[in-house]
Design a protein. Sequence first.
Length: 266
Amino acid sequence: MTGVLVGGVAHLYQGDHDVGRVAAERLAAEDLGHGVLVEELSYGAIAVMQRLEDLRPGALVLVGAAERGRPPGAVERRRVEDPGNTPEEVQTAVSGAITGYINIDLVVNVASGFGALPKRTVAVEIEPVRSDPSTALTPEVEAALEQALELVRAEVCRAPVLALADELREILTGDRLAPSGAVTALRQLLDELDEVDRRGAWGDTFALRDRVREQIAAGKEPHGMGALDWSLWWALIEGLDRLQPLEDRISGDVSSDGGSSSSPRF
């Protein structure tokens, strides 16, 4: 599998800590597009690691509750990097997983320790209010859930464009393509997309896309462009064209007022 795995991580039926299961159930009922798999990943971090080894997704989006001292019901999109744990730290994480305990951090620590964590991993977290044996979410977390789902949907839509950007970075490595206005503009766009991946904010992406298109229209593309080069360049431009209306909709639907999220909007 080279697509996107969306995983809900939850303490099953433990109040707000069950929100990852609820999120996975709702997203599984939707058509999130080709190559997107939604699963409930609350069956233990070691089993999740093995599942990741089997699937090898190009991107992983984890969604669930996480206690980090934020305001109750706060939603945060967090780009997850390999924590670089020592063997002793990995063993501690495995020992915790064996007990049946699970949360987003434990999934990340175990999967990364065994080399199964996808390079592009994102966590969409909701700050819980309480944990108790219940299938009911608190009003704060219930209200935050739709915002979290919008962030997950957007991550899924954005993943193919970020994968295209990775391919183009490889093509631009070295000096096969001569310097030109279009190449300079594309490099700037790819740098901005790297920031999009890291921060979750579009920034100047669409203006830089327009700049690439303008440079091509002005005949400032490099000599020696092959069919693969052109197909990837235009696939990136057209992918961003399709995403811009989504960005406009989410910016209007998901409010950043009141400190509801500590992550930038995109």
